[in-house]
Design a protein around this ligand. Structure first.
Ligand code: GLN
Length: 250
């Protein structure tokens, strides 16, 4: 069997608005491609596993971010090295902010980030909330649900995940960017969960993880007809969910 080791990062404290659905989606799709997903949850104080092919992190309240921050810094060098090495990662909202340089919360607390993404975040009183469509060069239209007080500003030259048409939405409500892409790390405000509605992103994470570990992504070698049919049904469900979310901006 061709195993892929997935880490769910801080699921106890950083997992809101359905972010754990991203782990379920990657797990299910990998299995339907004929690979064997193996998921490890990493929370504060846990041992780091021997091998990691992909890391998925979710959002959290400001309080959840404060809870994990010390442990997060103990793992910062490791995470920076894995990111620089090309490990595919998806960081939603609260962890997206902490993969940046810092997050200054609305009450004035400053949480340093690990600086994988050249971006900084400042809390504001107005929350940005609602279903959102963004246009991404890599993944076409990305559809998700944002809910954050932090305004994130990308440093010059940092590539956003996509661009939003709507006013007052996305990274900071001002520059029409959303999310960021650095190496194979995707940071984004999109909850929802993101991946069930955006299989192209799920497949990017999967393909990258498999190619890095095994040299080639070859579902045709492992996948059965039943698995192919089940995957097509998942993609049809994703299309329907995308249509509904896109038609309801709030
Ligand atoms: N606490 C952060 C904010 O409000 C992140 C929220 C989230 O992860 N949804 O900006």
């Amino acid at each position: 069997m061709t195993t892929i080791d997935i880490m769910s990062l801080y699921p106890k404290d950083m997992n809101i608005y359905g972010d754990s659905g991203n782990v379920l989606t990657v797990t299910r799709r990998l299995a339907l491609y004929g690979y064997e997903p193996c998921v490890t949850a990493y929370n504060q104080g846990d041992d780091w596993p021997d091998h990691v092919d992909m890391i998925l992190g979710g959002g959290g309240q400001d309080t959840g971010q404060k809870k994990i921050i010390d442990d997060f810094f103990r793992r910062a060098d490791l995470l920076r090295t894995l990111a620089a090495d090309g490990t595919p990662m998806l960081m939603i909202c609260g962890l997206y902010q902490l993969f940046g340089e810092y997050f200054e919360t609305v009450d004035g607390t400053r949480l340093d980030g690990i600086g994988v993404i050249g971006a900084y975040t400042v809390g504001q009183d107005v929350r940005m909330i609602g279903n959102l469509v963004e246009h991404s060069d890599d993944f076409g239209d990305v559809i998700g649900y944002e809910n954050h007080s932090g305004q994130t500003f990308l440093r010059d030259g940092v590539r956003p995940l996509g661009r939003v048409d709507a006013e007052g939405r996305g990274n900071n409500g001002e520059d029409h960017t959303e999310g960021a892409r650095v190496h194979n790390v995707i940071g984004t405000y999109m909850h929802g969960s993101l991946l069930p509605k955006n299989p192209k992103i799920a497949d990017f994470l999967i393909r990258t993880a498999v190619e890095r570990r095994y040299g080639a992504f070859e579902p045709e070698r492992y996948q059965t007809d039943d698995q192919r049919t089940a995957l097509a049904a998942l993609d049809r469900a994703a299309d329907q969910a995308r249509r509904v979310a896109a038609s309801r901006p709030r």
